[in-house]
Design a protein around this ligand. Sequence first.
Ligand code: PCA
Length: 209
Amino acid sequence: MKTLLLTGFEPFDHDVVNPSWEAVRLLEGVELSEDVRIVARQLPCAFATAAEILIQLIEELKPVMVIATGLGPGRSDISIERVAINVNDARIPDNLGAQPIDTAVVEGGPAAYFSTLPIKSMVRAVREAGIAASVSQTAGTFVCNQVFYRLQHALVGSAVRSGFIHVPGLPESGQPSMALTILVEGLRVAVSTAWHTRADIVETGGRVS
Ligand code: PCA
């Protein structure tokens, strides 16, 4: 059996749950095809350790695809990220108290990396399943963007495609939200579409602002 590595984050900013992990852990073991199944892992919300752990997991599990997910507070849909940028600019401290401001993710690295997932196809498939989704043009400048950038940096030139998805809060957060069962189904559709689609489609999938 081959592995599609799917990660979610631990809670941060005084939250007690992180919907990215709550959803991803329910997808552990899901078979995407006869020979590929999802392996779910949690990442710490810390600049010093999250990307290191992800890269270690890639070495250990030798996945055929890697999709990281995180909570995007205020997001109202499943946001398929297009681009990771080479900037850390933390609005709040991470779970280890680090708050890098205007530092590079990778010193001397390119300004940005694009997702290598078929982002438009993923948006379309999730929408066709009746679940809100869009392409997002920024993954922010906190731990999620850092992990996304390090992920793309680590896999440059590799046949393993990778990317990042931000998810809304849960209804009890009082923020724009999505129910957990819908989130799980939306992520399942997004991940399955990523795995089964080689060439992306060309159509609108972004938001107006
Ligand atoms: N969201 C944060 C970090 C962890 C998470 O789930 C972010 O968007 O950077």
